[in-house]
Design a protein around this ligand. Structure first.
Ligand SMILES: Nc1ncnc2c1ncn2[C@@H]1O[C@H](COP(=O)(O)OP(=O)(O)OP(=O)(O)O)[C@@H](O)[C@H]1O
Ligand SMILES: [Mg+2]
Length: 512
């Protein structure tokens, strides 16, 4: 008799159904696992054998064959241990023969029979729920699985003995409850920053519309400080965004204790990060920082120090909001709709724009040209707000703290975001939640410029040699500035402010 146990293989955050088939027959005493598994799958035999022995079940002296179907789908990871072990137990008669019907199973086994946490439990639970199945997963991942649906039945045992007792009715396990991560301490507050009013304004606009932002300024001006305080003014994740973000973090194995949080992700990779670390890939096609920042912020500090190729690899997700990773056998797609916040010095010495300063390369213009040439034009074109952050003076530093902190700014951002969401929902674009996500066609429907506004943007587009992308990005930015003011129309002052954030883009070429 063949016992079948349902499990999954992951392709990005998609969980593909896999059938674990176990047969115990007479013949040579072997334990074979077939079905295009990787090394972790091949090694699962040893873990299963030891875990069963430790749980008081020795394998029968027969031929045990395990097939992972479909045979042409590559299987990676250690989560096949538990379905294989339960399949063998059912085939041996240690579990009721129909116990595993209606369940999807995943989990890793320790040699003593304990069930260890695995990555990807949330997407697996969502897939099980869609297929009308329940889920058997490690105890540590139970709270994560419980987020998939209120109705899905979940069994989250600590070891093989607990699951056997559960099915025999001697120790019934209760359903785990969804866990929320308790927030660790207060967030950094924008009130700590003295002066830099225009930089704070730019940060507020970026937060309100989800726009990309680049701070450029001398060392110690407070650029990294400003960026680190962005999470304190961003609105919490909506329930559907929370699920999307958590699926990616689940596949990456980042959900410690199965706890989810509604704080927007804030990822700040070091500038030595490789292309695979930024956009994803590597032997197991893991999600990169860009995907882990989905629905949140990707902060690239010291931008020109990143590898040029790695930065250019971000150009595709910056436009499409997803990353396709192609590997020899297959292709997987991870969502990657992040808000890019970057900071840089104007040149290698960092003081090119300071009056009277002489740079290492002779003229400050030459020094800053060489430094900024590390960033490609198309990459910079995707950044909506370019802002120069001047050095802060000692007289600013001794000022009392600002009267307005993150709480007040976050309240304005939340109102502007609500306006955007309801506007796009009203037009039937449920998936567009902020201005940065609006396409050119949507902008045409939502922005009608008056004569003064049209004239301004036409003249400025010619003078600044704006690309079509740049033109649309200015419109989106102006829409956000109008939303922050509560204005239904985009007027000339909104466009003028939006255009002021593009001036810096052309400066290097002017200097050249
Ligand atoms: N506007 C400010 N208000 C209060 N403190 C500030 C301000 N700007 C800078 N500082 C102080 O200077 C330190 C360095 O600031 P920060 O690291 O943000 O500078 P930066 O602009 O990122 O410099 P770099 O270009 O060298 O990375 C901060 O930790 C803080 O103590
Ligand atoms: Mg810095």
């Amino acid at each position: 008799m063949v016992v079948r146990v349902a499990t999954v293989a992951f392709e990005g955050i998609e969980a593909r159904p896999v059938d674990v088939q176990v047969m115990i027959s007479n013949g040579t005493v072997v334990f074979n696992v077939v079905g295009l598994g990787d090394k972790a799958v091949a090694e699962s035999r040893e873990r299963v054998r030891s875990a069963l022995v430790a749980s008081g079940l020795s394998l029968p002296a027969k031929r045990i064959t395990v097939n992972l179907a479909p045979a042409d789908l590559p299987k990676e990871g250690s989560h096949y241990d538990l379905p294989i072990a339960l399949g063998v137990m059912a085939a041996m008669g240690a579990l009721p023969s129909d116990a595993l019907d209606g369940f999807m199973v995943l989990g890793e086994l320790a040699l003593d029979g304990a069930i260890s946490a695995v990555s990807g439990v949330l997407p697996a639970a969502v897939s099980a729920n869609a297929r009308g199945l329940g889920l058997i997963c490690p105890a540590e991942c139970g709270p994560e699985a419980a987020w998939a649906s209120e109705d899905i039945s979940i069994i989250a045992p600590r070891n093989l003995i607990q699951i056997a007792n559960h099915f025999h009715g001697t120790q019934v396990l209760s359903r785990p409850v969804p866990a929320v991560k308790s927030l660790m301490g207060p967030q950094l507050d924008l009130r700590d920053i003295k002066g830099q009013e225009s930089a704070k304004r730019a940060l507020e606009i970026a937060a309100a519309g989800g726009h990309n932002l680049l701070f450029n300024g001398p060392p110690g001006a407070g650029k990294s400080m400003l960026a680190a305080r962005l999470p304190s003014i961003l609105p919490p994740l909506t329930p559907s965004e929370l699920l999307e973000v958590s699926m990616i973090h689940s596949v990456a194995g980042n959900l410690a204790g199965g706890q989810l949080t509604d704080r927007r992700p804030f990822r700040a990779p070091h500038h030595s990060a490789s292309m695979a670390a930024l956009v994803g890939g590597g032997p197991h096609a893991r999600p990169g920082e860009a995907s882990l920042a989905h629905n949140g912020v990707l902060f690239l500090d010291e931008l020109p120090e990143f590898q040029g190729q790695a930065l250019d690899a971000l150009r595709q997700p910056l436009e499409s909001g997803e990353i396709a990773i192609s590997r020899a056998a297959r292709r997987c797609v991870y969502p990657a709709r992040f808000q890019l916040i970057a900071a840089m010095n104007p040149c290698r010495c960092g003081l090119a724009n300071e009056p009277g300063h002489r740079c290492q390369k002779g003229s400050p213009q030459r020094c800053s040209q060489l430094y900024q040439a590390r960033l490609s034009g198309p990459f910079l074109d995707r950044i909506d707000l370019h802002l120069e952050v001047p050095a802060i003076s000692a007289s600013d530093l001794i000022l009392p703290p600002a009267s307005e902190g993150s709480e007040e700014i976050a309240a304005r951002v939340a109102v502007a975001r609500d306006l955007q969401r309801s506007r796009y929902k009203g037009l039937g674009f449920e998936n567009v939640t902020c201005n940065a996500m609006a396409t050119a066609a949507i902008l045409e429907q939502t922005i009608r410029l008056d004569d003064a506004g049209s004239r301004l943007i036409r003249d400025a587009a010619d003078k600044l040699r704006l690309s079509a992308r740049g033109f649309h990005r200015v419109l989106k930015l102006a829409r956000t500035i109008a939303d922050l003011q509560g204005s239904t129309d985009v007027l000339r002052p909104h466009l003028a402010e939006a255009l002021s954030y593009r001036l810096f883009v052309d400066r290097p070429s002017e200097a050249a």
